[in-house]
Design a binder for this molecule. Structure first.
Ligand SMILES: Cc1ncc(COP(=O)(O)O)c(C=O)c1O
Length: 436
């Protein structure tokens, strides 16, 4: 018998070229022209591409891999759950043990009064759920005119219907025709502008205000020290629901469960996703206060006609439970506070670089390195710096004017130093190229 030598390196992918895979959130016109960056393996803070080259994951994928990659414990929990009950929907009175346990566990940690938990498949879906719950809450309370949703500049709330409509970055809103109406965006750092907008719309027409604890994808902007206390007071005064989007800030990225605890306020709803499973499987949700749930739960005739097929998916919930076990057992909450300080001290050394306008860091394990207007005007792009850094073995995230950093919460000091020194070398190399 002749032995067949099977090689799994590249050949199946090469045969598929040119690929028909449409990368979301991408300019396919550019992507289709170059080779793909195929991620093949990951362990801890490291990634390997299909050539076997290693990279530091400086962004925890898309802000989600808080416990680091390759945790056998989560894989085992998923395997066990698939063997017992793969999936079953949770409409009507159907439930499953992992969804029930996860809801209790999240509720027990949430800074929300008498919480109830809606589960979804991700963050954008959870934002849409929160917006619909907010509007329907007012409708069933006999105030159907209370529909207006206010959000903040730089706020990113996913790209579903409501998320696209309240996003604080115009480039994500255009080209889709009319979006959800009765929404507006105010400056992320101005309580005065928020109050003026509430008064302009009429408080009796405002349903909810949406805010991230620290703005993430919009460029890492932390709030002023009393911003959220004043927001909470304003929302309470005008009877507006206060919805916190903790999709990035939750699950230890800010050193606590939902990020917002750092400012000591109790919102009406908290939206979560990403770090709840560290991305091992897709999951998100909304934690809703008992007061908002009240008419739906305690009064007849108000069914919430909203939900998705895979909400409460038992296998995704099993992944979340195993992930939360790791977060708690390894106390990644405390580790995160230490990494926050280390990352801040390391990344701040870039503030004096001639191409850097500003470094934003120091609240949570997240940072932004903003380029100067001169560098951008000279044609230097963050995409170029991102490419340079990746070629040197560190994956960062490029937004129009800044490089974003949000590593897994298991990153070591030497790895932070490596990340920052690679970014510095990449800035230097790109600057040099533009001089030459
Ligand atoms: C703050 C915030 N909210 C919502 C979302 C949307 O989550 P998803 O991409 O899972 O729909 C994101 C995604 O990055 C986010 O950063």
């Amino acid at each position: 018998m002749t032995e067949t030598v099977v090689s799994y390196a590249r050949s199946p992918l090469e045969q598929l070229e040119p690929s028909r895979f449409w990368h979301t959130f991408s300019d396919m016109n550019k992507v289709v022209q170059g080779p793909k960056f195929v991620v093949s393996e990951a362990q801890g803070v490291w990634l390997w591409d299909d050539n076997g080259d290693r990279y530091l994951d400086g962004t925890a994928s898309l802000w989600y891999c808080n416990v680091g990659h390759g945790r056998a414990e989560i894989a085992d929990a998923v395997h066990r759950q698939l063997g017992r009950l793969d999936a079953y929907a949770v409409y009507g009175d159907f439930a499953n043990a992992p969804a029930l346990e996860l809801s209790e566990r999240l509720a027990s940690h949430a800074p929300v009064a008498d919480p109830r938990v809606i589960l979804t498949c991700g963050g954008g879906e959870a934002i849409d759920s929160a917006a619909k719950v907010a509007r329907q809450y007012w409708a069933v309370r006999g105030r159907p005119e209370r529909v207006h949703l206010i959000s903040r500049t730089g706020g990113y709330h996913g790209l579903n219907g409501f998320g696209t409509s309240i996003i604080g970055m115009d480039r994500f809103r255009t080209g889709y025709g009319p979006l959800v109406t009765d929404t507006s965006v105010v400056a992320h750092d101005s309580i005065e502008e928020l109050e003026a907008e509430i008064l302009r719309v009429g408080p009796e027409r405002v349903a909810a205000f949406f805010a991230e604890p620290v703005i993430g994808a919009g460029g890492v902007y932390a709030p002023g020290p009393d911003y959220f206390a004043r927001v909470a007071a304003l929302c309470e005064y005008y009877g507006i629901l206060f919805v916190v989007d903790s999709v990035i800030c939750g699950f230890a990225r800010l050193g606590n469960w939902f990020g917002i605890e750092r400012w000591g306020v109790r919102p009406d709803m908290i939206v979560f996703a990403k770090g709840v499973t560290s991305g091992y499987l897709p999951l998100g949700g909304v934690i809703v206060s008992g007061a908002v749930a009240e008419p739906f739960w305690n009064e007849p005739g108000h069914p919430l006609h909203h939900g998705t097929t895979y909400a409460g998916h038992p296998t995704c919930c099993a992944a979340a439970l195993a992930n939360l076990d790791i977060l708690e057992r390894e106390d990644l909450f405390t580790a995160s506070r230490e990494i926050e300080v280390q990352l801040d001290s390391a990344v701040r050394t870039l503030a004096t670089h001639p191409m850097v306008r500003e470094v934003r860091s120091g609240v949570g394990v997240m940072a932004a390195v903003e380029l100067t207007e001169e560098a951008l005007a000279a044609g230097i792009t963050t995409a170029e710096i991102f490419q340079e850094s990746r070629a040197r073995g560190v994956v960062l995230r490029a937004v129009p004017t800044a490089l974003l950093i949000s590593p897994p919460l298991v990153i070591a000091w030497e790895q932070i130093e490596h990340l920052v020194s690679t970014l510095r070398a990449s800035l230097d190399a790109v600057a040099q190229r533009h001089v030459d």
